[in-house]
Write a protein that binds this ligand. Structure first.
Ligand SMILES: C[S@@+](CC[C@H](N)C(=O)[O-])C[C@H]1O[C@@H](n2cnc3c(N)ncnc32)[C@H](O)[C@@H]1O
Length: 280
């Protein structure tokens, strides 16, 4: 069967099942099946797929029809400059989280030395991206989920930064460590009762531990701020991802714990997304 016909078939199947980006998803799934880059696939649509490839493509299209996110089907997701391994034990890295990486690279020198803690590391995408760009930085990757820590370790190994990261499987509440120069965190911040309103892709597939921020959405944000107040060096920075409507309350928590608020960064949609503060 020609690749063009396979693509049309997959796209139509996804469209019939109300998958939003049906054509892009079918392309990504077929590129992955063939182990081609998407560009190579699109330039060779007259080539033919063999039986095995057709079977795999159809199986993966079925998964997507059942609302499994493309990143989990492919087992990887691009973030910043790297591709990260992902599975259902970790949140799929989001483009808005790249704001944290972009900001820290902008304010730090190439040869700077920093010890950084990533609270709720998930796939390790934030910390690993930073360590790849700053060769003198070391970090601690902490997560309450043992399975997430294992994914982060695999990513660190793949990116050759394993020897610069200490992995800690713990609730942030129970962690006491060194004093850090920087703390980054993208904690779960959706309130428990809103989880049911998320898309099926998210609510039935991504780990609840990565999404659920308690009854008002602030339980993990508060924990991160309180603990960071103890773990940061004087003038150390906390870079926290939050939901766009959580700025006011988060500011209050930060001020209560003696943080000075430097700025709030907006994501590509123009929504407040990241709050930068300094420990005093
Ligand atoms: C929103 S995900 C962020 C993952 C990754 N940092 C990213 O930005 O893609 C939040 C992560 O925090 C972890 N987590 C949730 N509650 C925690 C807690 N109390 N202590 C430590 N980690 C926690 C979850 O297991 C999950 O991996």
């Amino acid at each position: 069967m020609r690749l063009n016909d396979l693509l049309k078939l997959g796209t139509q199947e996804l469209k019939n099942n109300s998958i939003e980006n049906s054509s892009l998803d079918a392309e990504l799934i077929l590129s992955n099946t063939l182990k081609y880059k998407r560009e190579k696939l699109l330039c060779n649509l007259n080539w033919k797929a063999n039986k095995l490839q057709i079977r795999k493509f159809i199986t993966d299209i079925k998964k997507r029809k059942n609302k499994i996110p493309v990143a989990y089907i492919l087992g990887k997701k691009n973030f910043w400059k790297t591709s990260f391994l992902v599975n259902r034990n970790v949140l799929i890295p989001r483009p808005e989280t790249e704001l944290i990486v972009e900001y820290l690279l902008k304010i730090s020198k190439f040869n700077s030395k920093n010890n950084i803690l990533d609270i709720g590391t998930g796939s390790g995408c934030i910390l690993i991206s930073l360590l790849l760009e700053r060769k003198n930085w070391r970090g601690t990757a902490l997560d309450i989920s043992k399975d997430a820590i294992n994914v982060a370790k695999s990513n660190a190994k793949m990116q050759h930064v394993l020897n610069r990261i200490t992995f800690v499987n713990s609730d942030i509440d129970n962690f006491s460590g060194y004093k850090y120069d920087l703390i980054v965190s993208n904690p779960p911040y959706i309130n428990s009762s809103s989880i049911k309103n998320l898309s099926e892709d998210i609510k039935f597939n991504e780990p609840i531990l990565a999404l659920d921020g308690g009854y008002n959405g602030y339980s993990e944000i508060e924990k991160v701020i309180k603990k960071s107040a103890k773990l940061l060096k004087l003038k150390g920075k906390l870079i926290l991802e939050i939901d766009h409507n959580q700025v006011l309350m988060t500011r209050k928590f930060l001020k209560k714990d003696n943080f000075y608020i430097n700025s709030v960064l907006k994501d590509l949609r123009g929504l407040n997304r990241c709050i930068i503060s300094t420990k005093f």
